[in-house]
Design a protein around this ligand. Structure first.
Ligand code: ADP
Ligand code: MG
Length: 224
């Protein structure tokens, strides 16, 4: 079953002479347990597609469904709830909250979802342990290495057990060993937990583990 579908998505930035068609009639389906890799040159529309899939950006036309729910039919009140329960987002530059510790960063999605504080602390602690950064639970992001920050960001993306994990160049700012470990973590999340994982990357290691590779060029997508 498809966890996420995008049908005929078009996204245009700007108007007049500065108009850019970032996505041009793009369709993509991702099933549970599947790892899909999105590749393409810089500026081809990869991040835009991830943002649209993650409901963080509204397309000009086309439909995104998550577990068969058309996300454009949801009100602005219902969308955050769907994001919290269904979608985990891993950003290239981690986007951790600098005033919060690693553990607190991981707790944030659950706290917003209204989960009890004692439970969120426990869950966040477990995930940090699973990702090998339990010792850094009390550290602020500024005191973490790039690899540690990315693991904390991945823990935050996974804490609500979302059905979809979207990762934008998750290994681009990591050394080779840490990058390899991050690839493992994403792969296991799809295969052991039956989740849909969509990764934008140029990393050959992700190409090796991906079930499918799609290529974007000038906003147009094709299967490889
Ligand atoms: N917020 C924005 N405003 C205007 N143009 C944008 C914006 N974000 C991206 N673009 C343009 O849309 C195109 C696709 O960008 P992006 O999705 O970031 O590509 P990629 O992630 O493949 O590098 C590029 O030409 C980029 O300059
Ligand atoms: Mg990008």
């Amino acid at each position: 079953m498809n966890v996420i579908t995008a049908q005929n998505i078009t996204k245009i930035y700007g108007t007049g002479e500065s108009k850019v068609t970032a996505l041009d009639d793009v369709s993509l389906n991702v099933a549970a347990g599947e790892v899909v890799l999105i590749m393409g040159p810089s500026g081809s529309g990869k991040t835009t597609l991830l943002l649209v899939l993650g409901t963080l950006l509204h397309p000009d036309s086309g439909v995104v469904t998550i577990n068969e729910q058309n996300v454009h039919e949801l009100s602005n009140r219902d969308l955050p709830g769907l994001r919290l329960r269904k979608i985990g987002f891993i950003f290239q530059h981690f986007n951790l909250l600098s005033a919060l510790t690693a553990q607190e960063n991981v707790m944030v999605p659950l706290l917003i979802a209204g989960v009890k504080s004692s439970q969120t602390k426990k869950k966040a602690g477990e995930l940090l342990k699973r990702l090998g950064v339990a010792k850094r639970a009390g550290s602020l992001p500024q005191n973490l290495s790039g690899g540690e920050k990315q693991r904390v960001a991945i823990a935050r993306a996974m804490v609500g057990s979302p059905s979809i994990l979207l990762a934008d160049e998750p290994t681009a700012n990591l050394d080779s060993k840490t990058g390899h470990e991050v690839v493992e973590i994403l792969y296991k999340y799809a295969k052991e937990e039956g989740k849909a994982v969509v990764i934008v990357s140029h990393d050959q290691r992700i190409r090796d583990i991906a079930d499918r590779v799609v290529l974007i060029e000038d906003g147009k997508l094709k299967e490889v």
